[in-house]
Design a binder for this molecule. Sequence first.
Ligand SMILES: Cc1cc2nc3c(=O)[nH]c(=O)nc-3n(C[C@H](O)[C@H](O)[C@H](O)COP(=O)(O)O)c2cc1C
Length: 374
Amino acid sequence: MSINLWWTGNEKKRIENLSELKEPIYDIEKPLFIMENEAGLYYSTEGSFSSLKTDHAVKLAAFAEPVPMQNLGDKEFCNNYDIKYPYIGGSMAYGISSVELVATLAEHKMLAFLGTGGLTIEQAEEDILKLKQRLKDLPFGCNLIHIPSSAQEEMNFVNLYLKHNVNIIEASAYINLTPALIKFRVKGLKKLPDGQIEETNKIIAKASRTEVAERFMSPPPKEILTELLSKGEITDEEVLLSENLPVAWDITAEADSGGHTDNRPAFALFPAFTALRDKLQTKYAKKIRIGFGGGLGTPLSAASAFAMGASYIVVGSIHQACTEAGTSEEARKMLALATQADTAMAPSADLFDIGGKVQVLKTGTMFPVCSFVV
Ligand SMILES: Cc1cc2nc3c(=O)[nH]c(=O)nc-3n(C[C@H](O)[C@H](O)[C@H](O)COP(=O)(O)O)c2cc1C
């Protein structure tokens, strides 16, 4: 049985020309009505419909519901981090994800990470204090990037974050988990009177391989807990409570990206992460969420990530070209002119010893060529 539906709205605002339809289709927060009369189809983004035919009502041929941006992804993700949109400004080293960039995203109810990789502890502390002063209670996080050359330096960053109550980190460049990372995770675990476990510190882990993702989806390794306990870095209660929790509830599948990258294809990586999650998930009461990052540069690519089932998205390269990013005008101009194939792989300075690579701008620079010569 087919039901006739009828649209009423402002006829003066109707769109007849298909070329004018692009904007309404991209504006997903508005509804889209498609009407049919003797002359053919026309369109509108306002009005209402009903099954009752009134005097000025026109036959409705099709209707697309509005999709408010905050309804994308996983609502629990936004609740957990006290943000409105499931959108993360990914860490960018040397303060490229700067105080200004992190604060602006936080003020617009998104989550962003200060790019502390490559900064000294003193520079990172100065930036954290500026953010605390400006944002008050609005959430933000810092990057905890694995430092293969110095476990102590990695621990210094964790101690800095704990000292200033920075409770959210984006953990990246890990292959194996380290004492510094696990200390951050378990510090402050507490059993509440109702039996729930309070988790003070939260890790959003970024990975490009399932074997790394699996480590983050599993409870902290026992040998690391024992080592931290013997050094008095964590308590017996924290060890006990961590045994049935994953290292991270949120794992970002990072496909080919502007960060350290394994050049993994998005459409192969994301389903592999969700399948692994579904396998390992059974031992936890709550759901591990899988986000997506890598190659998102337009609303359409972001929509495809949510269509795949991403709980949230992570963006890097396009933020680098923003006025808020901690980079130069020259770099911004070059990025603005870059097209899709203007990049190349080059050795990564911080993961040079273990063969880590980053994707860099090729056009207009000698970086990829020179870095291979060195
Ligand atoms: C210039 C630049 C620097 C980056 N530095 C870091 C970093 O220090 N730590 C990190 O976890 N990710 C880093 N990233 C990766 C981003 O956080 C993000 O995961 C990635 O850029 C997403 O992919 P996209 O560049 O295609 O948007 C960097 C990315 C860029 C473009």
